[in-house]
Design a binder for this molecule. Structure first.
Ligand SMILES: [Zn+2]
Length: 335
């Protein structure tokens, strides 16, 4: 068994994976709100002990732990550099603390890496060796996979597609630089642009829909207009997705990937989202280049963090225990 924990800002998701069956056999969630520092890990350990008792699993059956947390990390040292400002985890020694509570080795990743790893292992990146992942949420997450491995950069800070540059001037980014991609291309950035469109087009279907809703309309609320091909909504979304396509085009030229995978909440919009991105890409990317790239939707959804953590643990375990490799774990990595 391998334990995976996906620690988000408010809760920690737990999954128990059987490498023999190659599937998750148990799941659990705990609330982490209000916890700080070492307490986060102590409470996760308490939860694990109680949960093992409930599911009648011997704790000694768990061989390794995969852990995904938010924010930048140093995976070799097992340190959370920031955890998105949560839990007081600035340069927090997560691996060391974990291993003082749990008796299993812990292998660490973060949310953005986990998503790319999950797509590579079981999702839309399966079978690919070179791809990019853009995760659109409250921010914009990135993933660069080269040679079937996630690229980490010289200081473990790679994959931050959301930040830097003069990419857009619609909405300031939370990082302090006003013109980052994240401000405009995150789900909230797209929704902010839709408000601008409504002001400029008071007779549009979007404006009519807005009149029936008492808060700024969200993507899921106008999804039906976009999916049914409403002219104004398609126009608004194409415009909203321009900064994203612009960024993507530059990275496509730089890295020549086989595919660009789009994940996060807005990916629930489906193929019409891909069509709108491709519409923009075609205007800023030469055909010979674009014809070689498959732009497609991510598959792992809310399970990306868990599967990314799982794979990180399997990989780490194999690399650590090279002389006595467990045949089931070796097989699971190949699947
Ligand atoms: Zn930024």
């Amino acid at each position: 068994m391998i334990l995976a924990i996906d620690l988000g800002g408010r809760s920690a998701k737990f999954a128990m994976y059987s490498e023999r069956e190659d599937k998750i056999v148990h799941r659990s969630v705990m609330d982490t709100r209000g916890l700080m520092g070492q307490d986060v890990i102590e409470k996760m350990h308490d939860h694990f002990v109680k949960w093992c008792y409930e599911i009648e699993l011997k704790r000694t059956e768990v061989k390794a732990i995969g852990f995904a947390c938010v924010g930048p990390i140093d995976p070799e040292e097992g340190v959370s550099i920031n955890a998105g400002g949560k839990f007081g985890w600035d340069y927090f020694p997560a691996k060391k603390t974990f291993e003082s509570y749990f008796s299993q080795p812990m292998y660490m990743t973060n949310d953005a890496r986990a998503a790319a790893i999950a797509e590579l292992w079981k999702g839309a990146g399966k079978g690919l060796s070179e791809f990019l992942l853009y995760t659109l949420g409250t921010g914009v997450g990135g993933g660069i996979v080269i040679g079937e491995k996630i690229y980490s950069g010289a200081h473990n800070l790679a994959n931050e597609f959301g930040h830097g540059g003069f990419i857009q001037d619609r909405k300031a980014c939370g990082c302090g630089i006003a013109t980052c991609l994240e401000g405009g291309a995150s789900a909230t950035g797209i929704e902010a642009y839709v408000q601008t469109y409504i002001k400029e087009n008071p007779n549009s279907s979007l404006a009519k829909l807005q009149k029936t809703i008492d808060h700024p309309i969200e993507i899921k609320e106008f999804a039906h207009l976009f999916q049914s091909g409403d002219k104004g909504t398609v126009e608004a979304m194409r415009e909203a997705l321009k900064p994203l396509a612009s960024h993507m085009s530059v990275v496509i030229y730089a890295l020549d990937p086989q595919a660009v995978i789009i994940g996060g909440g807005p990916s629930a919009l489906g193929e019409c989202l891909i069509d709108a991105i491709k519409y923009n890409l075609a205007k800023c990317t030469n055909k010979f280049m674009l014809d070689l790239v498959d732009v497609k939707l991510a598959k792992m959804g809310n399970d990306a963090g868990i599967y990314g953590a799982l794979y990180t643990a399997l990989r780490g375990y194999v690399d650590d225990v090279t002389r006595s490799v467990d045949p089931d774990i070796k097989e699971a990595i190949k699947k």
